[in-house]
Design a protein around this ligand. Structure first.
Ligand code: ATR
Length: 273
């Protein structure tokens, strides 16, 4: 029997997730069907119930703007989802309960460390943005024990507040862009600025020699942040396509217990763009 899954969001028509999961299914021989479903902005609880009871889905991925709302709805959560304050993967348990997980952080870290051999341990990391996207990756980044992690945000208080939430897990601080001090080995853009073609106001000398710049967004052409990084002589620039595939692979593993191969899927998506 074919098990059914979907990604839910609003809007959702541009999602690459159906293509990614179809490829994982082909590769692993898992008998699944995966679609993209746009759900209305209000009545999310009702939508989830219909997906489970009427469409008989086994689970869903969750994207903008529902990750925080789904976090509040799920009955049980993984420790990493609990910390992230957001859920991007849901399992519809047979007993009717919902289990929520968050695979974004592990997806980012795997793309950085495995696909691009970027060292995080002992490094100085600058994370730009203090919204849901940023919060979701903090705990997984701190697991690598960087020398420090500074969260910089347009609204400074949001960054210092988030840093306090995670203070037990490592050497983490936060503030406004004007509080950025010194050079960093890894700079990760988790702001929505690239969506508007903007770059956060970073000091000129923020990149250490050999620095890597990572934009959690991706597009067919360089994002504004990647352009900035190249202009400031970053040794390595990476967009978020690999993170997208890696977070999907972790979700596939949660649902199916099989870990798909990701590099061929990343290459396939690059070739298509
Ligand atoms: P997401 O779930 O994508 O993180 P969000 O929670 O709305 O979305 O957060 C968006 C983030 O991008 C915030 O950190 C926001 O900064 P503020 O907290 O000050 O609003 C940041 N952001 C959005 N547009 C930006 C811009 N043009 N320049 C710098 N930061 C920007």
């Amino acid at each position: 029997m074919t098990d059914k899954y979907a990604v839910i969001g609003n809007p959702i028509h541009h999602s690459k997730s159906p293509l990614i999961h179809a490829e994982f299914a082909r590769q692993t021989g898992e008998n699944i069907e995966y679609t993209a479903i746009e759900v209305p902005l209000d009545g999310l609880q009702n939508s989830l119930q219909q997906l489970r009871d009427v469409l008989k889905l086994k689970g869903v991925n969750v994207t903008v703007p529902f990750k925080e709302q789904v976090w509040a709805i799920t009955n049980q959560k993984s420790a990493r989802a609990e910390l992230a304050g957001a859920v991007n993967t849901v399992v519809f348990n047979d007993d009717g309960t919902l289990f929520g997980d968050n695979t974004d952080g592990v997806g980012l870290c795997r793309d950085l460390t495995v696909n691009h051999q970027v060292e995080l341990a002992g490094k100085r990391i600058l994370l730009l943005g203090a919204g849901g996207a940023s919060r979701g990756v903090i705990a997984p980044l701190l697991e690598y024990q960087p020398a420090n992690l500074f969260i910089a945000n347009r609204t400074a208080e949001k960054a210092s507040h988030i840093a306090e939430l995670f203070a037990e897990l490592g050497n983490i601080h936060g503030g406004g862009f004007d509080h950025i001090d010194g050079e960093f080995d890894v700079v990760i853009n988790a702001t929505a600025a690239s969506l508007q073609g903007e770059v956060p106001p970073l000091p000129d000398a923020v990149l250490a020699s050999g620095a890597c710049c990572y934009d959690m967004m991706y597009s067919d052409t360089d994002t504004a942040f990647i352009q900035w990084a190249k202009a400031h002589k970053a040794a390595k620039t990476i967009d978020g396509l690999g993170m997208l595939v890696e977070q999907a692979a972790e979700a596939f593993f949660i649902w199916r217990g099989v870990y798909p191969q990701t590099t061929s899927v990343i290459s396939m998506l690059r070739d298509k763009s």
